[in-house]
Design a protein around this ligand. Structure first.
Ligand SMILES: CC(C)(COP(=O)(O)OP(=O)(O)OC[C@H]1O[C@@H](n2cnc3c(N)ncnc32)[C@H](O)[C@@H]1OP(=O)(O)O)[C@@H](O)C(=O)NCCC(=O)NCCS
Length: 331
């Protein structure tokens, strides 16, 4: 009997309407359009405006688009895993809220916290439920409303991040397509360089934590930058070696979109030219767990059945990893 693999059979994304340009950021903090674009690659990012709108709002749009594309109803979904660090609430999970909003009456699910590696960790987790035969249709979402935890007075972080959501459907495949291999890593010592200081059980919300602006992203940019370059490049090279692949075998690199310079360093280590690297940081900035499925969504029409794809991410925690998959359809 052929081994069952977990294949992505549809992808869809959503970014909110409002566009925050580098020009507008010049009016908020001491920065320039030129600095932001040359140091990060970001030209604009989308921001979810309006009261009472959380991450699930964007996930619902992405998932409804996904279901329509695949021609299936919400009641057919077995499970929804949401990679996010900006859940609607501490509890219940964003997955719970989404199941209710879209009418996925037969589904269960949960949120997975791995910062910028959230989609990668969720994808490898979702794949296990398919490979074991436990489920037939698993939706994996990467989504973050970063604007809810960004301090728009801090020029070192507010220029990078944006809001967005991307979703994929995982289904069983018997043709040898889908997820082939994955390498996942964490290093908790990295938590000091990139985290949100308050709002968890160590420092619950109080007047003092709000006054000290501890509910925003805290980042030591250069330390994260160096670790990201090494982490993403190492793991991408390792997954290629482990699967005996050369750069000629790789059709696409789907890198987490944190900084164009980190992406370039990873591609160069893998020996890949720009034409094989998915890039949308200029449009959306760093949407944390959203970047990778948003890339797949943007490039979907260019990907061919059988293409070898390497997905790589690095994020807060630290968390990082790489997935090797064979694309399963032509769109
Ligand atoms: C944050 C980041 C863009 C900063 O870029 P950098 O080239 O490392 O810049 P540095 O931190 O060395 O700062 C250089 C100077 O630019 C300044 N600067 C920082 N942000 C600025 C901005 N938006 N506009 C203008 N100047 C800025 C700094 O204050 C510093 O000035 P100084 O030399 O007078 O002290 C970069 O470090 C980065 O991308 N880090 C990783 C981010 C990341 O991947 N995060 C998500 C995890 S996956």
């Amino acid at each position: 009997m052929k081994k069952i693999t977990a294949a992505i059979t549809a992808v869809h994304g959503h970014v909110p309407e409002y566009i925050l340009t580098n020009k507008e950021l010049e009016t908020l903090v001491d920065t320039t359009e030129e600095w932001i674009e040359s140091r990060t690659g970001v030209k604009q990012r989308h921001i979810l405006k309006g009261t009472d709108k959380g991450t699930s709002e964007m996930c619902v749009e992405a998932i409804n688009g996904l279901l329509k594309k695949r021609g299936i109803g919400p009641e057919e979904i077995d499970m929804i895993i949401v990679g996010t660090v900006t859940p609607d609430y501490v509890f219940p999970s964003t997955s719970n809220v989404i199941c209710d909003k879209i009418g996925a009456k037969n589904a269960w699910g949960y949120d997975l916290s791995a910062a910028c590696s959230g989609f990668l960790f969720a994808l490898t987790t979702g794949a296990q439920f398919i490979e074991t035969g436990y489920h037939k249709k698993v939706i994996v979402v990467g989504a973050d409303k970063m604007s809810s935890i960004i301090n728009y007075e801090d020029r070192t972080t507010c220029v990078i991040f944006g809001d967005g959501a991307g979703a994929v459907l995982l289904e069983p495949n018997a043709e040898g397509l889908g997820i082939m291999d994955s390498i996942m890593r964490v290093d908790g010592a990295g938590r000091h360089s990139l985290h949100q200081k308050a709002g968890g059980s160590v420092r619950p919300a109080s007047h003092a934590t709000v006054d000290a602006k501890e509910h925003f992203v805290y980042q030591e940019g250069q330390t994260v930058f160096k670790s990201a370059v090494k982490g993403m490049a190492d793991v991408s090279a390792e997954i290629m070696e482990r699967n005996k692949m050369t750069s000629a075998d790789v059709a696409w690199l789907v890198p987490h979109q944190a900084n164009k310079r980190i992406i370039d360093a990873t591609a160069s280590r893998m020996g890949l030219g720009n034409e094989k690297v998915m890039l949308n940081i200029q449009k959306y900035g760093n949407t944390t767990a959203g970047t990778i499925p948003l890339c797949l969504w943007d490039y979907e029409k260019q990907i061919k059945k059988g293409d070898n794809i390497i997905i790589s991410a690095f994020g807060g925690g630290f968390t990082w990893g790489s997935i090797y998959l064979k694309w399963a359809y032509n769109s």
